[in-house]
Design a protein around this ligand. Structure first.
Ligand code: SF4
Ligand code: SF4
Length: 539
């Protein structure tokens, strides 16, 4: 960057009686950007006397993205004079970043934060106040919690699905190894919940071997079936015990949205549970109070619209480059969900940072249909589909952390490579992912994220397994279509693959339509209907 800086700026303009001196003062520089004052002074020389005619000083930011230099004019101190504009004629307009693109690309936090920053000494960009920094010990990218100043790793560890041993229980030894490796490489946010079977215990066992101040614990009030204040208090107490701690850093109202406002009020408001949780937050037993949202957007709106009272500092939303604009269209056709762009922008406006779940949309964005995967490979041959999806999420400045379930060391290492440090998506890359998201709408998959909340099915159906098989066939263009000449052939292949993949007792035809799974699915998928669709193909 030093050499780029020196190479770009070196000129004075002279003409007639007027002399324009342009000088640059380097304010800060690092590997990816430099930041300078542009000082432009025009004087008129008459009778050997200099008279200042115009003077402007403003800040320019240059970003090195994939070895191309993009720029953004951060703060003109006055309107640009025509002669100053002249100086910029040689600058490529395509390389000019709008304010919005600039904020997104640099990952500097909210628009208001940027506005404030422009009035602070410029060295603040490299100071501990910086919302995003690289670590000296490792290269993990961190985000700063604007309320508590926690320095949170942009990669968070989702502890829902942990390694299993031969008897089906959680393998504590392997869990410890993953946790130790993650901590050693800068991951410091660990997300669990009472309803993730065995997870709180295993997470507590693994993390309590380390200094409590070296990690942030997130857990949830998963009062899915019992709604009394006493039940909520007991759940919180049990969580503290399982996690071997006397405080929780991030505590969430779990999975609000399903069942609409009535259910929210039944679970948290009318029984006084949310007020009690706020009291725990005020005492410091809960350091940050938030909620995880799935489903009815009226609930999301209600909570943020009442944030003066509840003071949520974060909320967990499902966000990825498909859900950004298409969540409302892919929600199984019956939930009143909103696109992630709405959730994200509303959170940002409310000053509430986002924890992101489903960055890969249940794994779907980790293995794209070939035509889209090829498009990405042409741009970055070495990058996996999953890395693109994680980079896209991490490029959004209001994101505090991005959760990933990593039950294999290779997944953890792959994710560490993506976030250490994060290489934000360029505007052009965002456009490419946007076009892929549009293209993916032509693939009628079931929006199952494989979260397994619906399991076990009392009749033995492997619900996510059947959906995963079906979705793979859709993505590979292998779905039989009665109107096409290859229907019989494709149908036979579909059935054969289904039988090889799913055991007889777990197939869709075991579904008794009991609907026990329906209220458990955060994606509001009409599970028995979708299973019946699969069955229909096999008949
Ligand atoms: S509706 Fe079907 S899949 Fe759902 S729980 Fe009942 S039997 Fe299982
Ligand atoms: S059907 Fe719903 S609850 Fe079941 S695994 Fe898929 S997304 Fe999760």
């Amino acid at each position: 960057m030093q050499s780029l800086f020196k190479g770009i700026f070196n000129h004075n303009l002279l003409g007639g009686d007027y002399q324009t001196n342009v000088s640059y003062k380097l304010l800060s520089i690092n590997n990816n950007w430099f930041h300078l004052n542009y000082i432009d002074e025009t004087v008129r020389i008459q009778n050997n006397q200099k008279k200042r005619k115009a003077f402007a000083i403003y800040q320019l930011f240059y970003l090195n993205l994939n070895n191309q230099l993009f720029y953004h004019i951060l703060r003109p101190s006055s309107k640009l004079h025509e002669d100053i504009k002249e100086n910029f004629k040689n600058m490529d307009d395509n390389k000019k970043l709008s304010r919005r693109q600039f904020i997104r690309t640099l990952g500097l936090g909210s628009v208001s934060a940027l506005g404030m920053m422009a009035f602070e000494p410029i060295t603040s960009l490299a100071s501990p106040k910086t919302p995003e920094t690289g670590s000296k010990q490792n290269d993990m990218t961190y985000r700063i919690n604007r309320h508590t100043k926690d320095k949170v790793s942009l990669l968070g560890f989702g502890m829902m699905r942990l390694p299993r041993n031969a008897t089906g229980g959680i393998d504590q030894q392997k869990t410890n190894e993953l946790v130790d490796y993650a901590l050693a490489h800068g991951v410091n946010y660990f997300d669990t919940a009472p309803v993730y079977k065995g997870s709180e215990v295993a997470t507590g066992n693994a993390l309590s071997r380390h200094k409590r101040s070296s990690y942030y614990l997130a857990s949830k009030c998963s009062d899915i079936h019992k709604y009394s204040l006493e039940d909520g208090k007991q759940m919180f107490k049990t969580t503290l015990e399982r996690l071997h701690t006397d405080y929780i850093d991030y505590y969430l109202l779990h999975a609000v949205g399903g069942g609409g406002l009535d259910k929210l009020k039944e679970r948290f408001i009318n029984n006084g549970l949310l007020d009690w949780l706020c009291e725990q937050r005020d005492k410091g037993v809960i350091r940050n109070l938030g909620f995880s949202y799935h489903g009815d957007v009226k609930v999301f709106d209600w909570l943020l619209d009442h944030n003066d009272k509840y003071k949520f500092t974060f909320c967990q939303i499902e966000m990825n480059y498909i859900d950004w604009k298409h969540a409302s269209a892919t929600g199984g056709g019956w939930k009143h969900d909103a696109d992630a762009v709405y959730l994200y922008e509303k959170s940002e406006k409310a000053g509430v940072q986002n924890v992101i779940m489903e960055p890969l949309l249940g794994g779907r964005l980790g293995k794209l249909p070939e035509e889209f995967s090829k498009m990405l490979k042409e741009k970055r041959p070495e990058a996996s589909d999953a890395q693109w999806a994680f980079r896209w999420v991490g490029s959004h400045p209001n994101v505090l952390t991005t959760l990933s379930g990593m039950n294999l060391m290779e997944h953890l290492k792959d994710n560490l490579a993506t976030f250490s440090p994060l290489d934000p998506c360029t505007p052009q890359e965002n456009d490419l992912l946007d076009s892929i998201a549009n293209g993916m709408m032509g693939y009628p998959v079931v929006p199952c994220t494989a979260c397994r909340y619906c399991m076990p099915c009392p009749y033995g159906v492997d619900i996510p397994g059947n959906f995963a098989y079906y979705n793979d066939q859709v993505n590979a263009h292998k779905l039989p279509d009665k109107t096409k000449p290859d229907y019989t052939e494709k149908k036979a292949a579909f059935v054969k693959g289904w039988k090889n993949t799913i055991k007889e007792e777990n197939r869709a035809d075991q579904c008794m339509d009991c609907e026990a799974c329906l209220p458990k699915c955060p994606q509001s998928i009409r599970i028995p209907t979708q299973l019946a669709n699969i069955l229909e193909i096999t008949r």
